[in-house]
Design a protein around this ligand. Sequence first.
Ligand code: 1GP
Length: 267
Amino acid sequence: MLGEQSLLDYILSTNHGCRHITLIDPGKQSPQIATSRAIAAIEAGSKMIFIGGSTDTPDEIVHSTCKSIQEELELRCFAASQDPSADESTWEIPVVLFPGGAHALSPAADGITFMMLMNSRIRRFLIDEQLNGAPYLHKFSVEALPTGYLVFTPGGKVGEVGEVDLIESDQIELVNSYARTAQMFGFKILYLEAGSGANTQVNSECIESARLVEELCLIVGGGIRTGQQAAKAAKAGANWVVTGTLTEDADSIQQLKERISEIVEAI
Ligand code: 1GP
């Protein structure tokens, strides 16, 4: 949930330096566990929650997860509003769908990364999924965030499913052309993805090359597990760093908080 500010303004705002997004895959835990993880992530300094991941998660699960997190955020916000020593804005954190296609949507989300998988070889991820999803999003007033999505080596599952021409770490000029194209299409956000659980993150030169297109907000994710890796992405020009796996494989809420705090402090 967000306060008065529009979601896009919140995301594009550059007053805060680089911020952190926690990605939660609703197919990998119950809505209750997803909610406790989201709350712990926010306590550790995450400034946005992405809901997405697995391609086969039923809509009901995605919806219950978004709803459960939103309800808890509302409660926390209300409690903070009653406590003079607390700050309500701590809990004004957007819950955003990060979908693999025109499924797994929920009207309980604040918005959605409405993406073109720019380096896919197939029509389905360039325009067809979007054609199916747009009427639904319009009907339920879920804010669409115009996003170009680029997948780099190794690419992982999204690289395979998306039938992507993976971008290699030395294709610096190509990244710049994609970024310029994204900006000319009117996209506000460019997401640079190495694939969930990747053993290498998107390299700094590629991020820097996209950063030359100053108008774009850069989200960088895939394979980031340490403060040092996150700092590298931030230094190269990322506005947001996303992590998913490090939340999923944390042994406890305490460990999850420590891992996210390390990243938030580093960026
Ligand atoms: C995947 O970029 C995200 O879309 C997060 O990747 O799971 O490797 O953190 P990780």
